[in-house]
Ligand binder design. Structure first.
Ligand code: ADP
Ligand code: ZN
Length: 206
């Protein structure tokens, strides 16, 4: 957006499956804004306390300070009006209200960078990311590497049987899979059968 004149409001969305580098990319963009001495605020849902309550931490261990929020309204409540650049990670956990809030902030000349999962463990669009894509000025889709075959991976494979939409975790609970290797039904199976299948999967990798 280096061609934009003045403080044009701007919405960037970075989306893809787990392990695809969304947090790395978000951290990279936010660091550059900090280097440019812009006022930056960074938010992530409090539900995601995998590695740290007050940092965004990537799977490759890059980290940046962040403020935990309950939902989208909490982002607005905790926003300092002088902030120029707003980063939000794991936006799929913040609810549909995030869409209008993000648009309102862009209309106030803020630059907003949102990262999140575009699909859930069954491969369905994960709201509000699809709606954020529709209102975005710039979109980046990131791909991971399929843990089964090495192809580009667009899916998040849940490895444990649970039909809850939200099961927070990373290694061991989820892995990246390509379209061909994605098995949404694995998450629906009885646990003994699922672990038998996981054993088969890891045997086939040896
Ligand atoms: P995301 O935010 O999309 O979950 P992160 O930015 O936290 O992703 O982590 C990306 C990093 O995860 C990669 O740079 C790499 O070090 C690591 N990684 C682990 N598993 C995979 C995988 N299957 N494909 C790609 N990167 C992986
Ligand atoms: Zn594959």
């Amino acid at each position: 957006m280096n061609w934009a004149k003045g403080n044009l409001g701007w919405i960037e969305v970075v989306c893809g499956p787990m392990f695809s580098g969304k947090s790395e990319e978000l951290i990279r963009r936010l660091r550059r804004a900090e280097i440019a001495r812009q006022r930056v605020q960074i938010f992530k849902p409090g539900i995601d306390q995998r590695y740290s309550h007050d940092h965004i931490v990537s799977h490759s261990d890059l980290r940046i300070h962040s403020t935990a929020v309950r939902d989208a309204a909490d982002v607005e409540a905790k926003l300092d009006l002088r902030t120029e650049v707003i980063g939000i990670d794991e936006a799929q956990f913040l609810g549909m209200e995030l869409v209008e809030i993000v648009v309102r902030l862009a209309d106030m000349s803020k630059r907003i960078i949102v990262a999140g999962l575009d699909t859930d463990y069954l491969g369905r669009p994960f709201h509000p990311i699809p709606e954020l894509l529709a209102v975005a000025d710039e979109i980046t889709k990131t791909l991971a590497i399929c843990m089964q075959c090495g192809n580009p991976a667009k899916h998040t494979q849940r490895l444990v049987a649970s039909e809850d939409l939200i099961v927070v975790g990373a290694a061991g609970l989820y892995e990246a899979r390509c379209r061909r290797c994605f098995e949404p039904n694995l998450a629906k199976l009885d646990e003994p059968l699922a672990s038998a299948m996981r054993a088969t999967v890891s045997d086939s990798r040896k």
